[in-house]
Design a protein around this ligand. Structure first.
Ligand SMILES: [Zn+2]
Length: 72
């Protein structure tokens, strides 16, 4: 796990279509260039990030049913 700080200085701005420096507020971060909200990953990186997570998850585990109806 050495990519945890890979993007630590930059986040992805949809508007600028690149990783940008950002301003952090309590809930979100904003592009310093255009002021739009930025994301930790671009959509493509986000997908591969999730793929990584899934690949790391051991297969064959029992799917856990939620007790109760917590998910709407
Ligand atoms: Zn921007």
């Amino acid at each position: 796990m050495n990519h945890s700080n890979f993007y630590s200085d930059k986040k992805y701005c949809d508007c600028c279509d690149k990783y940008v420096s950002y301003l952090m507020s309590v809930e979100s971060s904003f592009c310093v260039e255009c002021g739009n909200e930025v994301h930790l990953f671009s959509k493509e990186d986000w997908k591969s990030f999730h793929k990584n997570l899934e690949a790391r998850r051991p297969k064959g585990g029992r799917p856990r049913k939620d007790r109760g109806k917590e998910s709407a």
